[in-house]
Ligand binder design. Structure first.
Ligand SMILES: [Zn+2]
Ligand SMILES: [Zn+2]
Length: 361
């Protein structure tokens, strides 16, 4: 009797466990099932009436149990986001039970969706995990029902630019940190609205104390500048003028992950810690810190750099000619700025600022 072996790993196989392509079940699952990188999901739930945000609309969960409502909202969102990535496989989705319980019993604000996929033709499977951030926020109906409406608005903007993904992640981190400071029963009852507006995001709270805490989180996590002001809201039933707190949070002109130029050197910004930004110099890979004050002062930190694709037209002795493939402009540069592996005809990624060039790839 002839023996069977997996074509990939060479393991001996019983003929019943051999799968198409002469593969063992492990190799089959690895090769034939996708390993998509699933985007981090966000689910917003109203802690009062248990509705959840579906796209732009709030829908009733129809559940009386908060855990059931959260589970329903999470699964629906996960199904929607994973669908295009899981074509051609059978997928089973479930929410991590322990993580789900923890949303209500501890200060955790995220859980996982577990996705088990298998191909229709074989009995092998693969398990994927997707992170879900759960945000508790009053739905418009419940927040209207709260007497007096909102009391404080935090206006998050960035210095001279629109907000980017990295900034939205920062806002979510700040909201999660804030949620962790409150008792689970109170969580989210203070958040009235998170609204994208031209140039930024307005976050409305039912308490100005909590709005301040949120603004402080953005200061300590993202190096934002915070300014407080009061706006007149109206006149209450006793004829007294009422005020709304308006807090302006200005994020720096760069976000985490951006390339900046500081003291003539290109650097990638990695984080903010206490009163300085931590960055890595692109040329030497050395870590540097950029003081918060330098960021807001004049032009000590320059922004707006992204690598351009250039082709190396020629290298002659001490100089080389680079041609920007997008604009067609050509530059004479000293040959020593090119890494040793670069030859004429190569395409390279280059940062350029005021006649200084740095090859980054
Ligand atoms: Zn194998
Ligand atoms: Zn509600």
């Amino acid at each position: 009797m002839s023996k069977l072996f997996c074509a990939r790993c060479g393991r001996a196989l019983h003929k019943d466990s051999l799968l198409p392509g002469f593969l063992c079940p492990t190799c089959y699952a690895e090769l034939k099932l996708p390993s998509p990188s699933l985007p981090r999901l966000e689910v917003t739930l109203c802690p009062k009436c248990l509705s959840y945000l579906h796209g732009k609309h709030w829908v009733k969960s129809g559940c009386e149990d908060p855990i059931e409502a959260a589970s329903k909202a999470i699964l629906q969102a996960a199904q929607r986001s994973a669908k295009p990535l899981l074509k051609g496989v059978i997928a089973e989705l479930k929410v991590d039970e322990e993580g789900l319980q923890n949303l209500y019993t501890s200060n955790r604000t995220q859980t996982n969706v577990i996705i088990i996929i298998r191909p229709p033709e074989a009995n092998v499977s693969k398990t994927l995990e997707q992170q879900v951030v759960v945000r508790f926020q009053l739905c418009p109906q419940c927040s209207r029902a709260r007497a007096g409406g909102f009391e404080a608005v935090v206006q998050v903007r960035a210095d001279g630019r629109f907000l980017k993904d990295a900034d939205f992640q920062l806002i979510n981190r700040a909201l999660s940190k804030l949620a962790a400071k409150y008792q689970v029963s109170e969580r989210g009852t203070y958040l009235v609205e998170v609204k994208e507006v031209h140039g930024g995001v307005d976050v409305k709270f039912s308490s100005s104390k909590i709005a301040r805490r949120f603004a402080e989180e953005l200061r300590s996590l993202g190096g934002a500048v915070v300014k407080y002001s009061y706006k007149m809201k109206g006149i209450d039933s006793r004829g007294k003028t009422t005020y709304t707190t308006a807090i302006s949070v200005r994020l720096p002109k760069f976000s985490i992950g951006d390339i900046v130029r500081f003291k003539g050197e290109f650097a990638i910004v990695e984080s903010f810690d206490r009163d300085r930004f931590i960055a890595t110099l692109l040329r030497s890979r050395k870590k540097i810190s950029i003081p918060h004050s330098s960021v807001w002062k004049g032009n000590e930190v320059m922004v707006g750099f992204s690598p351009r694709t250039m082709s190396v037209a020629s290298i002659h002795g001490n100089s080389a000619t680079l041609v920007d493939l997008a604009s067609g402009e050509s530059y004479e540069v000293p040959a020593h700025i090119l890494p040793p592996w670069v030859k004429a005809g190569d395409k390279i990624r280059v940062l350029e600022s005021d006649g200084r060039f740095l090859v980054v790839g």
